[in-house]
Design a protein around this ligand. Structure first.
Ligand SMILES: Nc1ncnc2c1ncn2[C@@H]1O[C@H](COP(=O)(O)OP(=O)(O)O)[C@@H](O)[C@H]1O
Ligand SMILES: [Mg+2]
Length: 412
C-alpha cells in the first residue's frame, strides 16, 4: 500500500493559506487553478482540524460537474491517497457526492442555470457540520445575483473555532466590463484576496501546451491576452451565442439524421463531432478531441465510439487522411470549400438552435471563445473568424454542410 504523491504549484501557496472570505482567482487557461483548488479542498476536508466543514461546488450548468470539478476532485483524492483512496474517501455517483471517511466532511455539486437549480440551493443540508466553503468554477458564467445568494448561505455560528466561511472563485478573465472585476478587483477590502496566475507559473504543463499558446499569441492576440496572460480582455465579436448546454438522450433513433464531422489536426486538435438533427435543431452528442495523434491512433480511439453508418464530412485539405478513414470503414469524404462557404455555414449555424451535451467539454470551450477577427485600425470586426482554437468549430461547420445545401443525401 502506498500513499500517492501530491505536488502543489508554489504560485498558489498564498491563496491556499488564505482565510479571506473571498478568494478570487483569475488566470490564463492551464495555469493550474482547478487542480490546485481541488487538491487544496481535499487536503483540508480530510484534515480533522476542519471537522464540520463542507464544500459546495457550483458551476452554471449542473451537468458539467461530472467531467470537470468532480473528476478533478476525484483525481486529487487519488493523487493524495494513492492505493488507499477508498479507505479515506467515499465516492457517490448519483447524485454526485464525495465524503471523507475520516472527518465526515462532504462535497456536493450544484448548478445555477434556472429556477429549478435555484430551488435546489435552498435545501442544502449536511449530515455533519455546516456549509462553510463554496467553490464557483468558471465564475464568469454565473450571475451576480446567484453569487450573492450563495454568499448569503455562509452565515451563522460555526461548530468549531478552526472553521471559517469562504467563497473561492476560479475563472478566465473574459471581459474587463465583467461584474467580477468591479466587485472584487477594483476595490481593496480586507475580506477579499485576489490572485493572478498564468500557464507560465504552472510547473506541470507540457511543452506542447507552450507551443500552442505561442501559436495563439500570433494568430489571436486578443484571445491570448485572456487565455494566455490571464488579463482582462474583451468578449466582443463572439460568433455563436445560440447554444445551450444540458444533458440529453444521444441515441440515434431519436434524431431525424445523425452525422460525424471531422477537422484534421496534429499540432492543432483533431476534432470529430457526432451531431444529431431534430426538428431543425442541432445536438452535439459526442466529441473526440486530441492533439499530436496520428490517423491510426485516432481510428483506434474511435473504435466502438463512432458509428460507421453515419456520413463523415471532413476537412478537404488532407485527402490521404480521408483515404485512411475510408479504408477503416468510415463514410469519410471531403467538404467542398468555396469562397464564402465559411460565412454561409456560420449563417446556417446561427439560424438553428444548438444543444451541446455536457461531455463535449472541448466543443464548449471553443464555442464560448469563437470570435470574429478584429481590425484595430478600423476598430471593426471582420467577416472572418479568428483562425485559432477553432477545430471543433470546423468539425461543426462540416457536419451541417449536407443539410445546408439541402442535399437529400443527408437523410440517407
Ligand atoms: N499541482 C499539480 N500537479 C500535477 N499536475 C498539475 C498540477 N497543477 C496543474 N497541473 C497540470 O496542468 C494542467 C492545467 O491545470 P488546470 O488546473 O486544469 O488549469 P486551469 O484550471 O487554470 O485552466 C492540468 O491538466 C494538469 O495536467
Ligand atoms: Mg480550470
Amino acid at each position: 500500500m502506498s500513499r500517492g504523491v501530491v505536488k502543489f504549484n508554489p504560485a498558489f501557496r498564498q491563496v491556499n493559506r488564505s482565510k479571506h472570505r473571498y478568494r478570487v482567482m483569475k488566470g490564463s487557461a492551464g495555469s493550474g487553478k482547478s487542480v490546485n483548488v481541488a487538491q487544496d479542498f481535499i487536503m483540508k476536508l480530510s484534515d480533522p482540524t476542519y471537522k464540520g466543514a463542507n464544500l459546495l461546488v457550483v458551476r452554471k450548468v449542473d451537468a458539467t460537474h461530472r467531467n470537470s470539478t468532480f473528476a478533478e476532485l476525484q483525481a486529487a483524492i487519488n493523487r493524495i491517497f494513492g492505493d488507499e483512496a477508498e479507505e479515506y474517501w467515499e465516492v457517490r455517483q448519483s447524485p454526485l457526492m464525495l465524503r471523507s471517511k475520516v472527518t465526515g466532511n462532504q462535497i456536493i455539486f450544484r448548478g445555477v442555470n434556472d429556477a429549478r437549480d435555484r430551488e435546489k440551493l435552498k435545501s442544502i443540508t449536511f449530515t455533519k457540520g455546516k456549509l462553510t466553503w463554496i467553490w464557483i468554477e468558471e465564475a464568469t458564467e454565473v450571475m451576480e445575483s446567484d453569487i450573492d445568494i450563495l454568499d448569503d448561505r455562509l452565515r451563522g455560528i460555526l461548530p468549531n473555532s478552526n472553521l471559517y466561511y469562504q467563497m473561492t472563485l476560479t475563472f478566465n478573465p473574459v471581459s474587463a466590463t465583467h461584474f467580477i472585476k468591479g466587485k472584487y478587483f477594483d476595490i481593496e477590502h480586507p475580506d477579499v484576496l485576489t490572485h493572478h496566475s498564468t500557464y507560465l507559473n504552472n510547473r506541470f504543463i507540457d511543452e506542447a501546451y507552450h507551443r500552442r499558446m505561442m501559436m495563439r499569441k500570433e494568430r489571436d492576440p486578443e484571445g491570448y491576452k485572456i487565455y494566455g496572460e490571464g488579463e482582462w480582455g474583451e468578449t466582443g465579436g463572439l460568433i455563436l451565442s445560440n447554444y445551450t448546454v444540458h444533458d440529453f438522450d444521444t441515441s440515434h433513433e431519436r434524431f431525424d439524421v445523425m452525422t460525424h464531422g471531422q477537422d484534421f489536426g496534429f499540432n492543432h486538435a483533431n476534432a470529430i463531432l457526432t451531431v444529431g438533427f431534430k426538428d431543425g435543431e442541432l445536438f452535439v452528442c459526442h466529441e473526440i478531441y486530441v492533439h499530436e495523434k496520428d490517423t491510426g491512433e485516432i481510428i483506434q480511439m474511435a473504435e466502438g465510439k463512432l458509428d460507421k453508418r453515419f456520413r463523415m464530412p471532413c476537412d478537404s485539405a488532407e485527402p490521404d487522411r480521408i483515404k485512411t478513414w475510408k479504408k477503416a470503414g468510415y463514410r469519410a469524404y471531403p467538404v467542398k470549400k468555396e469562397p464564402g462557404s465559411v460565412k454561409a455555414q456560420i449563417d446556417f449555424l446561427k439560424k438553428h438552435k444548438i444543444h451541446i451535451h455536457p461531455d463535449c467539454v472541448n466543443t464548449l470551450k471553443e464555442i464560448s471563445q469563437w470570435k470574429w477577427k478584429f481590425d484595430p485600425k478600423k476598430n471593426i470586426y471582420l467577416d472572418e473568424p479568428v483562425d485559432f482554437f477553432d477545430d471543433a468549430m470546423a468539425a461543426l461547420r462540416y457536419s451541417i454542410e449536407d443539410m445546408r445545401r439541402g442535399s437529400s443525401i443527408a437523410f440517407e
